[in-house]
Write a protein that binds this ligand. Structure first.
Ligand SMILES: C[S@@+](CC[C@H](N)C(=O)[O-])C[C@H]1O[C@@H](n2cnc3c(N)ncnc32)[C@H](O)[C@@H]1O
Length: 287
């Protein structure tokens, strides 16, 4: 990747995004201003450098070639928003036949995860300092077998919903990198986010299974994340589901202009079989 390539470049301790990223962020699938400017801690760079063996600085150069990093891998899995990496390291240790790539947009958190992976001597886990919105730039079509979304930011206000990692705009990006039958494994402590997500996810061609609102009710299950361990110790219920990608065609969109106001309306039409089964599910207006 060039210095001012798809993942932005550091200048004066600030990470700037290029025009392509800004366009994506404007579509509502990025993290807004916070993602565009990340102030780095003073000692961050040397700490990152000391983890160079597991830090992938040019992820788009690996697109379609990730398995070369660990040829014995039976599956390639990607964790979105790994934070400080308890789950990342625990999963890589528990599953030596898996190549795990952790994507995290805050380097100050990711460096802790990388240090943990280095201390554990793991060879099957690598880290990308990047944004989940840009997965198709990093991974080729069908390259990823499983995505993990663990305790993502809930973005509770209605006008923030496009930032949720389970929003349809993100789900469409995930479809572009997942293999046939690929899965998303989703866990959250946030009951409202979970209720919203189990409505949202199937609308984008995923079949839900293993849906539970109390994963650990009979005792701890699976590898816990840092957030999960904290919530579990507080007695908070943990929600989990698995979403398996199935065949899906994006509903048609139609545009027309009002003869009175000149405004443009965009509608999403679902049910393509015959005009009688078509249904307008969403209309937005712009001038
Ligand atoms: C609430 S923390 C959870 C961290 C970890 N998964 C855990 O459960 O302990 C959410 C993490 O996701 C990261 N994150 C949020 N949006 C992201 C995005 N679009 N791309 C990559 N990372 C993101 C945040 O920086 C943060 O570290």
């Amino acid at each position: 990747m060039t210095k001012n390539g798809a993942y932005g470049f550091a200048q004066g301790g600030i990470l700037w995004y290029n025009e392509m990223n800004i366009a994506l962020l404007r579509q509502g699938i990025g993290g807004g201003n916070k993602a565009m400017r990340m102030r780095k801690k003073k000692n961050l760079q040397p700490r990152m450098e000391s983890c160079r063996d597991c830090w992938i600085r040019e992820p788009e150069a690996m697109r379609g070639r990730w398995r070369e990093l660990y040829p014995q891998a039976e599956r390639l899995e990607v964790e979105l928003g790994c934070g400080k990496g308890r789950f990342t390291v625990g999963t890589a240790q528990a599953e030596p036949d898996v190549l795990l790539i952790a994507v995290e947009k805050v380097p100050d958190a990711m460096v802790v995860a990388m240090e943990r992976a280095m201390d554990a001597g793991l060879k099957n886990v690598f880290f990308v300092d990047g944004d989940a919105a840009l997965l198709p730039d990093m991974f080729a079509s069908g390259e990823v077998d499983r995505l993990y979304i663990n305790f993502c930011d809930p973005w509770p206000k209605s006008n923030q919903k496009k930032r949720r990692l389970t929003h349809g705009n993100f789900l469409k990006q995930y479809r572009r990198v997942l293999a046939d039958g690929g899965q998303i494994h989703f866990k959250t402590d946030n009951d409202k986010l979970f209720a919203w997500s189990v409505e949202e996810i199937p609308q984008f061609g995923f079949q839900l299974s293993e849906v539970t609102t109390d994963l650990h009710k009979d005792g701890p299950v699976g590898v816990m994340t840092d957030y999960e361990r904290k919530f579990f110790n507080e007695g908070k219920n943990i929600n989990r589901c698995v979403a398996t990608m199935v065949d899906w065609t994006e509903p048609e969109t139609a545009c027309w202009r009002s003869s009175l106001t000149g405004d443009r309306a965009t509608s999403v039409v679902s049910g393509k079989a015959s005009p009688s089964t078509r249904r307008v599910t969403e209309i937005s207006w712009s001038s």
